[in-house]
Design a protein around this ligand. Structure first.
Ligand SMILES: Nc1ncnc2c1ncn2[C@@H]1O[C@H](COP(=O)(O)OP(=O)(O)OP(=O)(O)O)[C@@H](O)[C@H]1O
Ligand SMILES: [Mg+2]
Length: 326
């Protein structure tokens, strides 16, 4: 396969088997990420964002979570065909992940310096001194004084812990960094600092990123491309500029309308009516149809196909199928 994209996901479908039925967490998910690109993966709670990330990393909880269909090409090779040992070599070195809660990734009984060194050692040969030097440098890259390398995670604030996690993730210079709501657990000022840091890393290291978020503000700050996810699939994909100029999918339009507008007199946000779909009992056709203000009879009968609405902008919605080239 030609290596057109760094990552190319085709028809990814992930289910969880539970006592209350099969959870259709990710269903026919398609996505591409180019070299050096930052893609925002946006959607409300339960849309399947974290499951998609775990699917790419092959870290789905076993035995409940399973990829039941699809392909995940990374640098032209299907990750789903790889063994656990082969995947271990790829994770960290080529693909790294930052989790929402920094304590998920930090070891409370190991100094932060040692944790960064451990990651470097795993992937890069070097003498003890070289590895220690590199770890110190990584701490400084994320704005933590190297003298703090011998401290333990509990001695750091939430924002600093998340920076340590970023330092660990970046210490092997991965080609792809998947960040799952890296700023959600942090307060607003710290959020801004961590975002600034990620922006800087993107510029300095040219790392490709998937930034998972609920927040269109975060996307505006840092992303080049945006994929809007609903009910386990991507319903709209575009460059940031194109999406912010004209969102097409009624769900995307709803998301934009629910951003608070400080200049308006309105005292209530326009929330999207209705609830996210029940993943054990997905609606037929377009899974957004029960909540859609523009619903037509066809919407509940058949899943919409991809409609190209602009250069690097496509949407899965019947409203645009008739209009041809827009
Ligand atoms: N281990 C699990 N077992 C069963 N169902 C799960 C499991 N993990 C996630 N799910 C279900 O899969 C669906 C997708 O969950 P996921 O965590 O991927 O959503 P998300 O988009 O990351 O949401 P959030 O924004 O809240 O983090 C949800 O319905 C969730 O309840
Ligand atoms: Mg999540």
């Amino acid at each position: 396969m030609a290596e057109k994209h760094l990552l190319e996901i085709k028809n990814l479908t992930i289910h969880y088997q539970t006592d209350y039925g099969t959870v259709h967490a990710v269903e026919g998910f398609n996505l591409e990420v180019g070299n050096g690109e930052t893609l925002g993966l946006v959607g409300e709670t339960g849309a399947g964002k974290t499951t998609t990330a775990f699917g790419i990393m092959q870290l789905l909880p076993e035995p409940a979570g399973k990829v039941v269909a699809g392909e995940i090409y990374f640098r032209g090779e299907n990750l789903l065909g790889k063994s656990k040992t082969e995947m271990k070599k790829i994770l960290g070195k080529q693909i790294a992940m930052i989790f929402q809660d920094p304590m998920t990734s930090l070891n409370p009984v190991m100094t932060v310096g040692a944790q960064i060194e451990e990651m470097i050692k795993l992937h890069e040969p070097g003498t003890k001194e070289e590895i220690k030097e590199k770890a110190k440098k990584m701490l400084e890259v994320v704005g933590i004084p190297a003298v703090r390398q011998d401290e333990y995670p509990h001695q750091f604030s939430g924002g600093m812990k998340q920076r340590v996690v970023i330092a660990i993730a970046l210490s092997c210079n991965p080609m792809l960094l998947i960040a799952d709501e890296p700023t959600t657990a942090l307060d607003v000022t710290i959020q801004a600092q961590v975002l600034d840091l990620m922006k800087k890393l993107k510029d300095d290291f040219k790392t490709s990123m998937i930034m998972i978020t609920h927040d269109l503000g975060v996307v505006a700050e840092i992303c080049d491309k945006v994929a809007i996810m609903y009910g386990g699939k991507v319903v709209e994909y575009a460059t940031k500029e194109s999406l912010y100029t004209k969102p097409y999918h009624p769900y995307t339009v709803g998301l934009f309308n629910s951003i608070p507008d400080l200049d308006s007199e309105q005292d209530r946000l326009n929330v999207i009516d209705g609830l996210p779909p029940d993943p054990t009992d997905m609606p037929s056709g377009c899974s957004f149809h029960p909540r859609c203000p523009h619903k037509m009879p066809i919407c509940s009968q058949k899943s919409p196909s991809k409609v190209v609405v602009g250069s690097e902008h496509h949407v899965y919605c019947y409203l645009y199928e008739q209009e041809g080239a827009l």
